[in-house]
Design a protein around this ligand. Structure first.
Ligand SMILES: [Zn+2]
Length: 217
């Protein structure tokens, strides 16, 4: 099986937009299940990096409120040890039963259409927010944005709503805002401060600063 090439966004010559939709799942469920079976393999083979480790340290050592909202579907934050994580686009290692609504941790395949462990019906789909579906737990995210003292965006393009609107929401409630990114983004002008560089360097440095009681905390 060929692997997903993040650089051109193609998988077995399909555009990701053509497999990550409810329409694609209705049209060709086997194709979509095979795509996410491959994603699941990639997730299991991946390892947390220095940025994941630093955020896990922040979660352990920061006694104040914290919420790590991620658009990533992997479990690398959790494997690094973070607990206060919200997956707004779902989780690759979760299967969602469309018959009984149960969710189960899933590390195997779904292409073989296995029965739901809760109800026995063969109606499991990837627990992923597809294009055209509503991201998870938005009310909770906006409630946290409304009372945050600091909003930090790490490595996002600033181009895809609703995540792109988070900085504006946080600012409207007078939070300080910081962008950590490889390069300036479409949303950079919204932030009080932008630091450019790889997340593996910027995030550990920023976490150090916060835990020492520096200005960014
Ligand atoms: Zn079920």
């Amino acid at each position: 099986m060929r692997t997903f090439r993040a650089d051109d966004g193609l998988w077995e010559d399909h555009r990701v937009e053509d497999v990550a939709t409810p329409q694609a799942f209705r049209r060709d469920p086997d194709l979509v299940q095979r795509f996410y079976d491959a994603r699941r393999e990639n997730i299991l083979a991946a390892r947390p990096n220095a940025a994941h480790q630093a955020l896990a340290r922040l979660d352990r050592e920061w006694s104040g409120e914290l919420l790590i909202v991620t658009q990533n579907i992997d479990d690398l934050h959790e494997r690094a040890g973070a607990r206060r994580v919200l997956h707004m686009h779902g989780e690759g290692l979760s299967a969602w039963c469309t018959a009984c609504d149960a969710r189960h941790r899933w590390t195997g395949t779904l292409r073989d259409n296995p029965p739901c462990p809760s109800c026995g019906v063969r109606a499991l789909r990837p627990d992923i927010v597809w294009f055209g579906e509503m991201p998870y737990r938005m009310e909770e995210i906006f409630a946290v944005l409304a009372r945050a003292d600091l909003f930090v965006s790490i490595g996002t393009s600033g181009a895809v709503y609703p995540a792109a609107g988070f900085v504006q929401e946080a600012k409207s409630h007078r939070a300080a805002t910081l962008e950590l990114n490889l390069e300036r983004s479409q949303g950079s002008h919204w932030f009080d401060e932008t630091r450019l560089g790889p997340a593996s360097e910027l995030v550990p440095a920023w976490v150090d600063e916060v835990l020492r009681g520096g200005a960014a905390g």
